[in-house]
Design a protein around this ligand. Structure first.
Ligand code: GLN
Length: 497
């Protein structure tokens, strides 16, 4: 057996290794389980690891391959963000509220990836109930950035991005309500895509803000994201917002032979605000260098305007908490989740269970959400925010009349130092200025590594496209990755066994 150095290896390369029997799925799984165990004390990327389940799935994958069955994902180890329900496995949303909750069924995307033959190694840490941008609000402790362990990995899918960046899994699932796939991907130097709202079923994905939440993959290349998304996407009648969109092969553009100018004719829209005040100069420089690469591949750039994008953060912090306050009301200590040990009556039991079970950020959102939905404030806040949400979606439609894809930084900065933003929620909220618009409009968007700051932390660029343009976004990212190696870089290994 020659196990590859998993930190640099893509799903596509691992699949080739499995197909040619250079190593088995079981060997690969055991190798990665050992790496996870070694890295966990430093990085804390996982909430739960499932060695027995993983080894059984790996053996089944090896048996399928031996019979000549299975597809490109058969035997590929992955991890799920801990808000996807996994039958028989703990599903916590990184909250004390669900610390001991064992899911009774699999989420749709979990089933889809299982059927594709993937091997689930474990569940990754996140900000509690996906509320946050740093994975510092997990009940199970902070998660660290593998490039610089004193810095945050981003969030809320921080554990997923760390696991991929550190070589603990080649790919992982995430969810994105206001940037939670793209922002940690940017901070950790990996590739992640949030598809069009409704492409991946939300069945079994514990809801934060239902009209914004969308599942998607995080991996080491656009090609791998395309492979994973092809398996995850598809209509599901159990989610009323799942789109009856035909199944697509998101690799179809990528597998075409490389032409001299593979992006000839692609119009890249540049909103001025994505390059304006408040964006770190070194982030702008890295994104501009990437633009030069895209131009060399044949793309042309056009200015576009997103005049209302500045309102996206304030309206997000009305709409997302409003939906969250409703969604989280089910966690009352009666049916599932934490129940206070001592209480006087039913109301007291609700109050104490929720007071003990939820962390500060979750409580803050429930309070804000309850307030903006309350009688007398609904029109002033919630309704107004819904109207501005429509304006933002209209801005994108106008921009996409002029361009095929919008490009800018994923985040205005590189990852902040641990502890520096959790004390200042408003500052943390403002960091989502470039990602939230795509959630408001339901558009696909992805983050692609495009450089490093002098302190060694990664920088990501963001591509946003019209509805159902995932194949195009992935192809642009793939062509960029064919001529650059930012996505191939890996941090120093931590916690040698
Ligand atoms: N950072 C944003 C928030 O705290 C987005 C989180 C997400 O996409 N789940 O709400």
């Amino acid at each position: 057996m020659s196990l590859p150095n998993a930190a640099h290896t893509t799903v596509t390369e691992l699949a080739a290794g499995l197909a040619t029997k250079r190593f088995s799925a079981l060997e690969l799984t055991d190798g990665l389980l050992a790496k996870i165990a070694a890295a966990q004390p430093v990085l804390n990327a996982f909430v739960s690891v499932d060695p027995d389940g993983a080894r059984a799935a790996a053996k089944a994958a090896d048996a399928a391959r031996a019979k000549g069955e299975g597809g490109s994902l058969t035997g590929i180890p992955i991890a799920h963000k801990d808000l996807f329900m996994t039958e028989g496995l703990r599903t916590t949303c990184s909250s004390k509220m669900l610390e001991h909750f064992v899911a009774p069924y699999d989420a749709h995307v979990v089933t889809a990836l299982k059927q594709a033959g993937t091997v689930l190694l474990g569940k990754t840490a996140m900000d509690e109930f996906a509320m946050g941008s740093s994975t510092e609000t997990s009940f199970f402790g902070v998660v660290r950035n593998p490039w610089q362990p004193d810095f945050v990995p981003g969030g809320s899918s921080g554990g997923a991005a760390v696991a991929v960046a550190a070589g603990l899994v080649p790919a992982a699932t995430g969810s994105d309500t206001g940037g939670s796939i793209r922002q940690p991907s940017s901070f950790c130097g990996v590739t992640g895509i949030k598809p069009t709202y409704g492409i991946c079923s939300r069945h079994g994905m514990i809801a934060f803000a239902s009209s914004l939440d969308q599942a998607g993959p995080i991996a080491r290349s656009a090609e791998d994201c395309a492979l994973l998304l092809t398996a995850m996407a598809g209509h599901d009648a159990r989610d009323a917002t799942s789109l009856p969109h035909p199944k697509e092969d998101y690799r179809r553009e990528l597998v075409k032979p490389a032409a001299a100018k593979p992006l000839a004719g692609v119009r890249v829209g540049l909103p001025e605000i994505f390059f304006g005040d408040g964006v770190d100069a070194l982030v702008v420089a890295a994104v501009e260098a990437a633009l030069a690469e895209l131009r060399a591949l044949g793309a042309v750039t056009v200015p576009v305007a997103l005049p209302n994008i500045g309102y996206s953060v304030p309206i997000y912090y009305v709409l997302a908490p409003a939906e969250a306050s409703s969604n989280l009301s089910r966690l009352d200590g009666v049916r599932y989740g934490h129940r206070a040990a001592r209480y006087t009556d039913l109301l007291d039991m609700y109050k104490k269970s929720r007071a003990e079970g939820f962390g500060d950020e979750v409580k803050r959102r429930v309070l804000v959400g309850t307030y903006v939905l309350s009688h007398g404030y609904y029109d002033a806040y919630y309704l107004k925010a819904q109207k501005v949400r429509r304006l933002i979606a209209d801005d994108y439609q106008a921009a996409f009349a002029l361009c095929d894809v919008i490009l800018g930084p994923t985040v205005p900065t590189t990852a902040p130092r641990l502890g520096t933003q959790s004390q200042d929620p408003i500052k943390m909220y403002l960091n989502d200025i470039f990602t939230i618009g795509a959630n408001m409009a339901g558009l696909p968007a992805m983050s692609v590594p495009c450089g490093f700051a002098p302190n060694g932390l990664p920088i990501g660029l963001q591509l946003q496209g019209p509805y159902f343009s995932e194949a195009r976004l992935l192809n642009i990212a793939h062509r960029f990755q064919q001529v650059t190696d930012w996505h191939r870089r890996a941090p120093k290994e931590v916690g040698h066994a």
